[in-house]
Design a protein around this ligand. Structure first.
Ligand code: PLP
Length: 445
């Protein structure tokens, strides 16, 4: 099959890509034999690389035993073991694990659990979930209402209840020092102001990515931000939910990105790197004190058919095993430092790069028209699209989003799998350099 063949598939647009043949480690090949470096781990999913033989073997073993056991009929060993292992990795007290098949489902589950908890403890007036702008928390209507990116949300607004947003702490755009606690407090205090404006008794939860993903381009919170957020949530009885759909699974150098900042959430959601693309899997992990009243009060009114699928859970277990035995989070920290320093060298060489940011192997760079003012490139250049295309033609997959206002800054996530070696970092940087040369020649010939 070629890309020209008639297809009955559709996704977001008519754009079609070459057909994937196979993938190993950090490389992928199309059916024409072209090789690509998976410089974004798919969509920050394939954290342990492609076709890991130990994960494949664990899945094969499980497949031979059973591939499905409905939760009303059976418990399954992989789900039980993965839940126990996940609870061990989670912050203290977050001991209850609810499985889903993806990130949007995990976010929906978290806000519905939070709501049922509030009702169970006699605080039924709490129903607003505050999140940030920009942000991406999923495409189902509940998760979309929490997504701070107008172009994605606007058509569906009449179908859902708008939820309050506060600005994401983009100190680099506001000319503030991200290493100063005053900056962290400045942005965190916007949460307090919003809670007070909404009426604290109506606010259920605050949803935040500890290290940002595609929407902010790997935004690392300024000093003191996450701790102050925790204090504010406690002050007003607001639940704190960490969205670690993208940042969880070891990519930032710790299994959960929240671990970097010394403040634990009440509920945490993870997906993408959790089963690293070997199976559709996600989890909501919640504090006992939240789950117990809900179960006592008649049960959690929520659940998906595929929840806790034994094959997906066996894959998840094998992925966790691989992350632990191969110390992949540690590698993400070390190799991430190297890649970040190389991106900073590119920034020194190309004035068009306005910012390099991120943690571990959750890294991004942003293109700007003017580094002094951080003014974005003209929207008609569609840099977010063009640079990705040039890189793709050069055999490197990177990931972009445009999220500054309606049109945005053009930022690019460079997030190869956690197995990436220093030599492979140099390979990625060489293709990026060629790509930036081509892009600069196009926009400023
Ligand atoms: N939350 C975050 C932070 C994400 O990055 C994503 C997806 O990119 C989601 C939620 C939604 O996940 P999914 O696409 O698996 O539904």
């Amino acid at each position: 099959m070629t890309t020209q063949a008639k297809s009955h598939l559709f996704y977001q647009s008519r754009n079609r890509r070459p057909v994937l043949d196979r993938a190993r480690g950090i490389y992928m090949w199309d059916v024409e034999g072209r090789r690509y470096i998976d410089g974004s781990s798919g969509a920050m999913v394939c954290n342990i690389g492609h076709s890991n033989p130990r994960v494949l073997e664990a899945m094969r073993r499980q497949m031979e035993k059973s591939t499905f056991g409905y939760r009303l009929h059976f418990e399954t060993e992989p789900a039980e073991r993965l839940a126990a292992r996940t609870a061990m990795l989670a912050p203290e007290g977050l001991e209850k694990v609810f499985f889903v098949s993806g990130g949007s489902e995990a976010v929906e589950s978290a806000i519905k659990l939070a709501r049922q908890y509030a009702v169970a403890i006699g605080q039924a007036q709490r129903s607003k979930v505050i999140s940030r702008e920009p942000s991406y928390h999923g495409c189902t209507l509940g998760a979309l209402a929490l997504t701070g990116y107008a172009p994605l949300v606007a058509p569906f607004e009449p179908m859902m209840r708008p939820m309050p947003k506060i600005p994401a702490p983009r100190a680099y755009l506001d000319g503030l020092d991200p290493d100063s606690e005053a900056t962290g407090h400045h942005y965190a205090d916007m949460l307090e102001a919003r809670i007070l404006a909404e009426g604290p008794e109506t606010v259920l939860a605050f949803l935040v990515e500890p290290v940002g993903g595609a929407s902010t381009g790997a935004l690392v919170p300024p000093a003191g931000y996450m701790r102050r957020i925790r204090e504010i949530c406690d002050r007003y009885g607001v639940l704190l939910i960490h969205d670690e759909v993208m940042s969880g699974g070891g990519r930032t150098g710790r299994f959960f990105a929240g671990e970097h900042f010394g403040a634990d959430p009440d509920i945490l959601v993870v997906s993408k790197g959790f089963a690293a693309g070997y199976a559709p899997l996600g989890a909501m992990i919640a504090h006992d004190r939240i789950v117990e009243p809900v179960l006592d009060g008649g049960g959690f009114l929520h659940g998906f058919t595929y929840a806790g699928n034994p094959l997906a859970c066996a894959a998840g277990l094998a992925v966790l095993e691989e992350i632990e035995t191969e110390q992949l989070s540690g590698n993400a920290a070390v190799v991430g430092e190297l890649l970040k320093s190389r991106l900073e060298e590119l920034a020194a060489r190309y004035p068009i790069i306005g910012d390099v940011r991120g943690k571990g192997l959750l890294l991004a760079f942003e293109l700007v028209a003017d580094r002094g003012t951080m003014a974005p490139l003209p929207p008609e250049l569609k840099a977010y699209d063009r640079l990705v295309e040039l890189a793709y033609e050069n055999g490197l997959i990177i990931y972009s989003r445009r999220t500054r206002g309606g049109y945005s800054g053009d930022h690019f996530l460079v997030c190869p799998p956690m197995i990436t070696t220093p030599a492979q970092v140099e390979e990625i940087v060489a293709v990026l350099t060629l790509t930036l040369d081509q892009f600069v020649a196009e926009v400023a010939p």
